[in-house]
Write a protein of this length. Sequence first.
Lengths: 502, 502, 176, 176
Amino acid sequence: MKVLIANRGEIAVRIMRACRELGVATVAVHADCDRLAPHVRYADEAVGLGADEAVDSYLRIDKLIDAARRTGADAVHPGYGFLAENADFAQAAVDAGLCIVGPRPEVIALMGGKTAAREAAARAGVPIVPGSGGPLPAGASDDELRRTGEEIGYPLFVKAVAGGGGKGMRLVRPGADLVNAVRGAASEATAAFGDGAVYLERAIERGRHIEVQLLADAHGTVVPFVERECSIQRRHQKLIEETPSVAVDEATRRALAEAAAALAREVGYTNAGTIEFLLDRDGKFYFLEMNTRLQVEHPVTEMVTGLDLVRWQLRIARGEPLTMDPERALAPRGHAIECRVYAEDPDAGFLPSPGRLSAHRPPAGPGVRVDAGVESGFEVPVHYDSMVSKLVVWDEDRSAAIERMLRALGEYEVGGVPTTVPLFRWILRLDDFAAGRFDTTYLDRALAGRDGTPFVDLPADGEETAILAAAVHTALRGGSGGGPRREAARSWRRAARLEGLR
Amino acid sequence: MKVLIANRGEIAVRIMRACRELGVATVAVHADCDRLAPHVRYADEAVGLGADEAVDSYLRIDKLIDAARRTGADAVHPGYGFLAENADFAQAAVDAGLCIVGPRPEVIALMGGKTAAREAAARAGVPIVPGSGGPLPAGASDDELRRTGEEIGYPLFVKAVAGGGGKGMRLVRPGADLVNAVRGAASEATAAFGDGAVYLERAIERGRHIEVQLLADAHGTVVPFVERECSIQRRHQKLIEETPSVAVDEATRRALAEAAAALAREVGYTNAGTIEFLLDRDGKFYFLEMNTRLQVEHPVTEMVTGLDLVRWQLRIARGEPLTMDPERALAPRGHAIECRVYAEDPDAGFLPSPGRLSAHRPPAGPGVRVDAGVESGFEVPVHYDSMVSKLVVWDEDRSAAIERMLRALGEYEVGGVPTTVPLFRWILRLDDFAAGRFDTTYLDRALAGRDGTPFVDLPADGEETAILAAAVHTALRGGSGGGPRREAARSWRRAARLEGLR
Amino acid sequence: MRVEIAVGGRLHEVTVEREPAHPGRFRVTWDGATRLVDARIVERAGREALLSLVRLDGAAGSREVRCVETGAGGGLAVHDRGVVWRTVVNGRRAAGADGAAAGGDGEERVTAPMPGKVVRILVAPGDEVAARQPVVVVEAMKMENEMAAPRAGTVKEIPVEEGTSVDAGRVLAVIE
Amino acid sequence: MRVEIAVGGRLHEVTVEREPAHPGRFRVTWDGATRLVDARIVERAGREALLSLVRLDGAAGSREVRCVETGAGGGLAVHDRGVVWRTVVNGRRAAGADGAAAGGDGEERVTAPMPGKVVRILVAPGDEVAARQPVVVVEAMKMENEMAAPRAGTVKEIPVEEGTSVDAGRVLAVIE
């Protein structure tokens, strides 16, 4: 077996590690700016795709299929992102006689459609967020609207069918006037999209993002895993994931697993996938969507179950049956947390920070796993997303795992570009985080409530060392520093303090 | 609690990681040449001991106690090596009012004496290697000698009481003449040591080195752990350790654990310790010695049990009781292997190779743990032992762990100094290793039987890349290489091939 | 040698004296206290230097720090164990803690803080803009970033077009 | 430019041509085949250089390798993903695969292969020694290492004493 990994960065390296452990040959692909990236060096063979922009490289189906043909690869692993949920790519691979390490193209297409996925969930008996199910009749009377609203329950959203970006959307709290909201949303939607159709959907406020990893083989066996909690998000971007969730008890865990497995069976799912749910404050959960691929956050599941999800992906693709005890997938040992380290500057409004990593010294030691796609000296490209690595820890329980993560974050040295490491140090010390009191909107609210102090706790002797270093550096340089010139004013960083930190 | 770590390198960093996770402050000590070592940077405070040689720095009890006093440390962790099994140091620490993270000084002294330790084992009912128990009577007749020999059983060793270095020692196989051997050994011992006293001890041939980690708290609870197998040794230096052992079944595991716990109770042991056994081919085991400290190879035990031994050492030192379920310590999950990476050149007779690490890129990803005391740019000192890091892997079973170790070894990049990494690649691919067919003498025999080929499997395109690099490097340098001068002959490396590898 | 070092919002008058007998040894004095250190540059690459500091005065703090010269105004970022201290050596702080709110006269340039691609231009030359009003959107790492006017004024020039790839520091707009 | 490169016991006649239009691009030919690469030195420190090689001819092998100049005879060690290829550029191989057995005339020096401390001297000036006979024991990293005579001869000089700390390359004995 020879697998072409149609991806880059940490996930390409992650997949190649699994390949190597199984004795499977690997082919890397790379855009021009990734020629010296770790994933290229790691592979047995590498094919240049030309260009830098993803649309001309990692997203070019023709080039990828051609690279597989030229290198004699017989399988393709898409990773996550890029073409991972692109049914056309999967179909092109199948048409080229390649085995795709993932579900069948039809299943990718089916679950990629919001309505079709929701209908499949309903058929499988998986709870979905209650709603009108389709557009409200254009001529509905006020009474009819109110009756529908009562049936769904408040609070609820009025949403434009053609909507997006919050336009044509209204939140209606209990006791508020639904009719006005429907008329207003329809009018706004007509203006914005030329289509005034709206529908109703229950609003799950302060819900938690809970997801169920599953594996399904070609022989009908589906194994759902203990849930992951991914509620710590900034503007819908996941930052911290963990397993198990503090909000899920054993009964809910079993119910989530059964729901996920039922949906997977309903659509004839194969390989690894994840079903995302919203968990409300009463412990009820609702289907959100299915990700028909490996997730960024799969390592936390691996750490508490001891099962290697990527190796299983490859085995399933080879037609092997799932032989593990399914109980093991549902019986987490200890607790695992992942922090996604992004090249973004939390002290400058999360400004993206591509550039050369003058140093990359990841933490190590007991219970620490770092999946990185970068190394010292690597130039983090401006063309792709900003994730540089995933820092994952395991420990006996959640509070120990938090301490271990803080220890690991303290060890992590990244030079040259600011990252979200200091942000994580702050989050992990929040009382609410320690208590598990959060939902998907928590972090945005917590960030909005900050007073602008930098994210890092400063070492006690740090300022002294900084002065010493600056003084001695100046003496060794033989210079007198920058002289009396006024520092260049940079609008985007006007407010950044001289005492600032990354 | 503030702990002074009276050690350096990877174990100092390992201990500080545990301290940090428990919120315990740390004090590093360092010789001059270690001023910029990772363990110094890791600590909350650091005290210079002056000098480079261990005897003037890490072995100076007075300086260490003084450093603890000056920094206000209230505990000392000795690590392994250096003063870790020095009862005088432990006593000096106790006298200075410091808590020692280890057993009481009397217990260190007791178990440090070979005869006393053996007697304690016998009292505890732990099997010891059968022997005459003391010197043979000087005037023993031939018949008396033969009777004693029969009682002990053959093969056996005649050993000089004052012996060492193989002098005054004879191996007597079944059917060979014991009397001649005794007379010969006595005569040789008289000549060599001025003392002709000899004793008899059963020779355990082709035995395996099996050891039992244990923890004991101050409240009388002793928890023995699943065994470690450390038979892969070169000249009695451990190279690879793993757990569980392929040679130990569940009944033997229980018996080993009971024996270890009985001995620990017999001597009133506290904190972490390890009891080493020799396991013969019939599955019988014999007490060898007790190490009254943390072992180098403790991480493999941590990886299969999920218990953090160093954190438990600190907790025990604080007086906390052992609260874990003792069954967990005896029920390994999966398999763990450790390779000790030494700065030694396996292709040059294991010549020590101190020097600057131009690169240190340890492997990472699922199931891999690297405990290192070095980093890129660090100068590995000539003054201490040659271990630079420990590479530990965990996987679901032994054969998967071997594949994962090979994957990790392949990722490990060390520049500047040769290491034993290529040696491990060779060992891990040996059929005997895969089958678990080895004893403590296996590796020396296997090394002696090698034909001198380098230790590395060469990458297929490696030579092409080397030529390309050499050619382009020469062009970029603008030079023409070394010119026609004859390469300086170095006697110690005469036989090293131009095509050689480290 | 006397050096003015600004860090943490405070200015320190620092005296640096070489020890003649020991190359690489310095006495560094500020706030009435003197520190004794051995210092050397371990490696240098462009504007970065890895500086080894060994305290000889009994204090903790022996380690390697990374010094990166930033900008032309004496800026020196000291990277110490994952924390960056932004110092200014013999420089002057930009007037006011927040220039954007301070208004003022003369031209102000809106520059790209990182490389990226101009995806939208929100104003045209001649437009009046308020302080902090977004003027250009630059995409980098799949994120859109609004670049705002530093102060109220009139757009004098937009020297980029939609689709232009820009390096860090490239002028995106000039406000007067 | 023509270069002789010895590696793996074989000597290769290699032609290196720069591509005038592309700085850093080379055509490298040996054994009848031409490779096209972009090459640049990413960083250099003393005798070490990190060399980036990007294959433009469709072959695998784009990566960074570390080139370390060894000795004075054109030795160049190419570190590639954990493997070290010892090449000699425009050099001559030392005569014979094993000089120690080859005997010969003139002086031979026994040098320390690594830094360490002389812990025992096993011979004295004037002693006859056999090939491979240990003459000095050097301790490094807590290990004792016997340094042997490269060939049979007479000990001319032992320029170290027991207890002497030695650097790598220091002459420990001279055999004639």
